[in-house]
Write a protein that binds this ligand. Sequence first.
Ligand SMILES: NC(=O)c1ccc[n+]([C@@H]2O[C@H](COP(=O)([O-])OP(=O)(O)OC[C@H]3O[C@@H](n4cnc5c(N)ncnc54)[C@H](OP(=O)(O)O)[C@@H]3O)[C@@H](O)[C@H]2O)c1
Length: 268
Amino acid sequence: MEKVRLNNGISIPYLGTGTNTYGKENNDYNGELNGDFSALESAITLGYRLIDTAISYRNEAGVGETIKRSGIPREEFFITTKIPADDEYIKDKNAVRKTLDDSLNHLQTDYIDLYLIHKPIEDDEKLKQTWEVLEEYVSKDKIKTIGVSNFSIDDLKRLDQFATVKPAVNQIKSNPTHWNNEWIKYMFTEDIRPQAWGPMKTTDKHKAQLAEIGERYDKSWSQVLLRYQTQRGIIVIPKSHNEENQKANLESMDFLLSEEDMRKIDQL
Ligand SMILES: NC(=O)c1ccc[n+]([C@@H]2O[C@H](COP(=O)([O-])OP(=O)(O)OC[C@H]3O[C@@H](n4cnc5c(N)ncnc54)[C@H](OP(=O)(O)O)[C@@H]3O)[C@@H](O)[C@H]2O)c1
């Protein structure tokens, strides 16, 4: 799997798997936990190593257990999780420390590759203290890389006022219904790597346009869509409960779109 270097020198796979409905009844985000991590097992068997979870998904423990049971060495994985912006988790520095320690325990690991703040923390003081604890865990080597999610340009500027360690990643929505190009452009100028959540969400009209482009490469609409993002430097974390789709998503990395086709997709 092709990787990209983050602003702290650490490399991350360009493509990974989301997990927000894994381990849940009816593959429903809000469904009861049912311990069924077969979709994650199949992703790992197919070769996925970047795994994106979050405390809000309630499935860190099952994700950790599935990774452990795979028998694949820990260092081959790149595990991401996220701290919610709710008071319960961030009300003071000790609350943040407890949240991070719980993640380490649930994920059954000595270190987390990437820890994100899931949503902007509106209160500057709480944002500052949360970031300071994340930095503390980087210095203790319990977290390798820290970043944010759903941060606007203004949110990134607020963080920049006091961050000693710069965020390496901003995980944001990006798909043909909303590329989010203004934020993405700013992130590239600041050396903050964009990572796209919800990368598969699109309309039937866009799917038909992407499929037409794909015919030239013998690729599907979904592979063209993912390749467009990775080819322009954006990490993607598509999630699928279907082994065929998981495999197809991995195979989006083995071709290159022409400049002309990249421009066409820009204009969707
Ligand atoms: N930071 C945040 O605020 C935030 C917000 C949302 C999500 N996320 C993260 O981003 C991950 C991805 O986002 P998401 O799960 O919301 O949406 P997504 O990955 O864009 O879309 C998932 C849907 O796409 C379908 N799909 C996947 N591959 C396909 C393919 N090759 N062909 C056709 N359909 C395909 C899946 O159906 P099948 O199961 O049938 O394949 C599923 O219904 C999440 O799992 C989560 O880890 C983060």
